[in-house]
Write a protein that binds this ligand. Structure first.
Ligand code: GLA
Length: 851
């Protein structure tokens, strides 16, 4: 384009725009041949379930004094590379928390101890021997009921004598290398074998209870995992009504609580509130970890930003009802708890039986939210995701859902696959509607046999055809659900979850299958496995599209166990189906991000983040997720515009720019793309594939900005040789000042070349302004302009800079964006929903010097 000179829209006619249109005409002519052609052609080695499935070797070697965990003079010291966690056994046997935060030298506990020199008025003292010893004022690793601590108890047990009092005191401990396998649930694992676990046994002598507290230290990722096991050592049954996975008491540092909340299509929006006195609860009772409140939450000290300040992160390796609590006590202590939601929970524990909670994980960073997220990202990639897809780059996929919904034929799908292949897509995913009588969402769930009307030659033949195109093949299932209009329901109505004597409630015209029932689990395993073995399937999308209601299973004596047993059943089914098929990439989904949690990530390396594919909405959703989960776990697709969830129109560039910070996919009918859009998509996929490792596995930064209409993201490769930065403008503002692109994470000594990713600007972006440039007046929404836009576009502004990491860290002053007074090709065209990507690549000294 010859538009280097500036153009003043106000004092026109202007020769440059005329020249531009003349050139457009030439380009159009030369494109004719192309256009004519165009028209003519038109081991998941499931390491989880370590003990049940015997995959993770349990190393029980006992250390006398381990390097990360030590015990001396009644003090436990747990250390990761950058954090210390200290607590001690008090003279009465309780575990008193001392410090969790920056790593400090050992043996310097005194200044950090909470001082007790005189009793508080009206306090209930634990023992007459020491009137300063009041549990209510102590920071405790665990607490009971009825011993003077009036904050939220982590454990409520109705003992066999009908009483509730419990008081757990230290009995013994051991330090073991690695992680300790769980019997019923997936938990973090340690392939590198550099973790250590402290197992503390506490006893409540009177109640005849033992409580095992597990602390697993993952040094390199600065994460500590915690869970408990309760053992009934008495002769009678006890009833467990509440049992948390962890408790942490901290002194208040002006903490605010961050939760990630939402609903269908608006998942994981960040919400902050300063902790005042009382309890803040982050919970789900929907039967899944839910889109309402993700189980992960954060605490940050006053003044923390993305890059500075103290931030604590918490999450739970669990996919069911959860609860997280932050309680500010009258003495300004903050109690944090996390575990199974006690709502409708009641677990019968017979003599000798044990109950294990899911694993909670926590991290601390003095380097703001980005520092905290980096720990969690590395932790998930290293210690949660397992099997063949651990650390592996995720394929670029095309999903047919938003392109076809339920209406497709074999040839329509093959055409979509062929087009996708030409654009560089690697995996074709056949979504809902391929089985049973699934022509809409009223029928078919439960019957995973191929619908021969849609795929007359069967699944194997179709999968072979997709593979023959050079694509991998993936399939959608929703195995936890059943439609009453299905062969499964007609044969086994008792498989559906219902409450006797009550009309069952429907969600999306479907009922939930009773995963507490072993026969149901067997059915699902057989039915799904059959199709997975019949055809060559490389990927599965496992969906779950409604909340649970009517919670009740005829297989249970105690319905208080339903929700937890459902989760155990789900993990059992997932393990049995996918453990023998480790090559399959599993993407879990629950109406989008209704079950985005660490439990599912133990099985599925990636999760569909949201049914909302609108780029502007995705900025909030993906950013929210990024606090807790790595980009390698987030499914992110480019879909059609206007967007099907918001009706918002965004450019294909912005849709890609946002989706590229995740596992990229396309979910639209490619035949509706213009020639220019197809060209751009081909370039996008090539660009993504070239930078995929950095985007999926790099260190991710959310950058602070004072501007409410900007979002800045950045991923930096682990070796700091490459980075991709994204600058997004949500809404344009008139006559805005300059934009500075914040950058971080580069090697300050290295030199880099930074360059804008090329993208196109359509003439219609200028609307009626073009008439200031033309000798004749044309309708800016008319057919001529629409036609031009299909075939011709201008190159958006490209900026190139060469500088050291140190200089780039000061922030790059970007070219001015469009401010209404004119246009040239050095002006960034953003407007509403505009965005750019920038690649920052290390260059050698010679290159930097221009050789
Ligand atoms: C859910 C999923 C979508 C799609 C549909 C199919 O809504 O989140 O991605 O798979 O189900 O019915």
């Amino acid at each position: 384009m010859q538009l280097a000179l500036s153009i003043n829209f106000v004092s026109l006619p202007n020769v440059y725009f005329s020249r531009m249109f003349a050139q457009s005409a030439l380009t159009l002519a030369s494109c004719k041949v192309t256009i004519a052609l165009y028209l003519y052609v038109k081991r998941f080695q499931f390491l989880f379930y370590q003990s049940n499935f015997n995959v993770q070797p349990e190393n029980k070697a006992v250390f006398e004094r381990a390097s990360m965990i030590s015990y001396q003079d009644s003090i436990f010291v747990l250390e990761t590379d950058h954090t210390s966690y200290l607590f001690r056994v008090t003279p009465f046997g309780h575990l008193e928390h001392i410090h969790y935060g920056e790593r400090i030298p050992r043996g310097e506990m005194e200044p950090l101890l909470l001082k007790r020199n005189i009793g508080h008025g009206s306090a209930v003292v634990y023992s007459q021997k020491d009137n300063t010893y009041c549990l209510d004022n102590l920071k405790l690793e665990w607490s009971g009921i009825g011993s003077g601590d009036y904050r939220q108890t982590p454990l409520e047990v109705k003992l066999s004598d009908g009483t509730f009092r419990t008081d757990f005191v230290y009995a013994s401990h051991e330090i073991v290398s690695g992680c300790v396998a769980m019997q019923s649930l997936p938990n973090a694992y340690d392939a590198a074998n550099d973790a250590e676990t402290l197992v503390l046994t506490l006893k409540d002598q009177a109640g005849k209870l033992a409580l095992l507290l597990y602390y697993t230290v993952f040094p390199a990722v600065d994460v500590i995992a915690r869970r408990v096991v309760l053992v009934n050592e008495g002769e009678g049954h006890i009833s467990v009504r509440r049992i948390m996975s962890m408790q942490l008491d901290l002194e208040n540092e002006g903490f605010s609580l961050v939760t990630f909340d939402g609903a269908w299509s608006k998942e994981t929006h960040r919400h902050d509130r300063k902790l005042q006195y009382g309890q803040y609860v982050n919970s789900s009772v929907t039967g899944a970890s839910s889109n309402r409140h993700n189980p992960g939450f954060l605490l940050y000290a006053d003044g923390a930003t993305q890059s500075h300040g103290k931030v604590y992160g918490f999450n739970l390796v669990y996919s069911g009802n959860h609860i997280g609590i932050a309680e500010r006590s009258p003495f300004d202590l903050i109690r944090v708890q996390l575990g199974i939601n006690p709502g409708c929970f009641e677990w019968d524990l017979a003599p000798g039986e044990r109950f294990e909670t899911p694993e909670a994980v926590m991290t601390f960073s003095p380097d703001g939210f980005n520092g905290m997220s980096a720990h969690f990202h590395d932790f998930v990639n290293e210690h949660i995701v397992r099997g063949d897809w651990k650390g592996k780059e995720r394929p670029v996929l095309i999903n047919n859902w938003e392109a076809c919904f339920f209406r497709f034929t074999r040839s329509k799908l093959l055409r979509l696959a062929r087009q996708a292949r030409q654009l560089g897509v690697e995996l074709f995913v056949l979504d809902d509607g391929w089985f049973g009588k699934r022509n809409d969402d009223h029928a078919g769930l439960g019957d995973y046999n191929v619908n021969r009307k849609k795929l007359p030659r069967g699944m194997k033949s179709f999968a072979d055809e997709i593979h023959a195109l050079g694509l991998q093949f993936g399939l959608w299932f929703e195995p936890e659900m059943v439609n009453p209009d299905s062969d499964l329901f007609r044969a086994h109505p008792e498989y559906a979850v219902t409450t006797p004597g009550r009309e069952p409630l429907f969600g999306r015209n479907q009922l939930v299958l009773d995963l507490c029932n072993p026969a149901v689990r067997d059915y699902i395993v057989t039915n799904v496995s059959q199709i997975l073995d019949e055809a060559k399937i490389d990927y599965v999308k496992w969906d779950m599209n409604r909340h649970i209601s009517d919670a009740c299973s005829p297989t249970l004596n105690n319905q208080g166990e339903f929700y937890h047993r459902y989760q155990l059943g789900l993990y059992d089914v997932l393990g049995r189906i996918f453990r023998p098929r480790p090559h399959i990439l599993l993407e879990s989904c629950s109406s989008g991000g209704n079950r985005f949690d660490l439990g599912m990530l133990c099985f599925s390396p990636q999760v569909w983040s949201s049914d909302d594919t609108d780029a502007m909405e995705r900025l909030k959703i993906q950013e929210g997720l990024s606090y807790l989960y790595p980009l390698s776990a987030m499914g992110a697709h480019v879909s059609a515009a206007p967007n099907q969830q918001t009706l918002r129109n965004t450019t294909i560039s912005t849709r890609f720019n946002v989706a590229s910070f995740g596992c990229l996919g396309y979910e639209l009918d490619l035949k509706h793309l213009t020639m220019l859009e197809r060209k751009e998509v081909r370039e996008q996929i090539a660009y993504y594939r070239a930078h995929r490792k950095t985007l999926q596995y790099g260190r991710f930064f959310r950058h602070d900005t004072d501007k409410g209409n900007k979002v800045y993201w950045q991923s930096v490769s682990k070796d700091q040789s490459q980075s991709i930065a994204g600058a997004f403008q949500t809404l344009a503002q008139a006559a805005e000042g300059n934009d500075i692109l914040p950058l971080a994470g580069l090697d300050e000594e290295k030199r880099y070349r930074m360059q804008t990713k090329s993208q196109r600007v359509l003439i219609r972006r200028f609307g009626g302004l073009v008439n200031h440039l033309l000798p004749i007046n044309l309708n800016p929404n008319g057919a001529l302009f629409r036609w031009v836009d299909r075939l011709y576009a201008m190159q958006d502004c490209i900026e190139t800079y060469t500088a050291s990491g140190k200089t780039l860290h000061q922030g790059v002053h970007l070219n001015q964006q469009f401010v209404a007074t004119g246009y040239n090709n050095q002006i960034r065209m953003l407007g509403d929903f505009g965005s750019n990507l920038y690649a920052i690549d290390e260059i050698s000294q010679e290159e930097a010097a221009g050789f």
